[in-house]
Design a protein around this ligand. Structure first.
Ligand code: ZN
Ligand code: ZN
Length: 109
């Protein structure tokens, strides 16, 4: 489970759609207080920042729209509370760029 800190327009199809799917899973874990994944680093860094997670979702959807991918899964904005800024990173931005480069997947990083 990973939410990238990379601008969505740089992500390849797989990484864009994969992150979008995982974001929904993460959102559900947090708003439903699910036990599974509750100690996952990605859960911990977003749980008090649902406004920021909602914004990330909006950015992913904007890019999906641009590319003509279908989106029919809005997030319930009533749960978008807490901070609107994500300032904790699991891997630094540079490390994330390196990880994606090494995958040779089509991400333009
Ligand atoms: Zn969605
Ligand atoms: Zn990629």
């Amino acid at each position: 489970m990973r939410i990238w800190d990379i601008p969505p327009d740089k992500l390849c199809r797989n990484h864009l759609l994969g992150e979008h799917r995982e974001l929904h899973a993460l959102w559900s874990i947090i708003i439903n207080n699910k036990k599974a994944y509750s100690n996952h680093p990605e859960t911990l860094r977003w749980k008090d920042k649902l406004r920021a997670l909602h914004l990330r979702h909006e950015k992913l959807v904007e890019e999906m729209d641009k590319r003509g991918y279908n989106h029919q899964s809005p997030l319930d904005v009533r749960f978008a509370t807490g901070s609107d800024t994500q300032d904790e990173f699991i891997d630094s931005y540079e490390k994330q760029v390196k990880i994606l480069k090494e995958k040779n997947c089509g991400c333009s990083v």
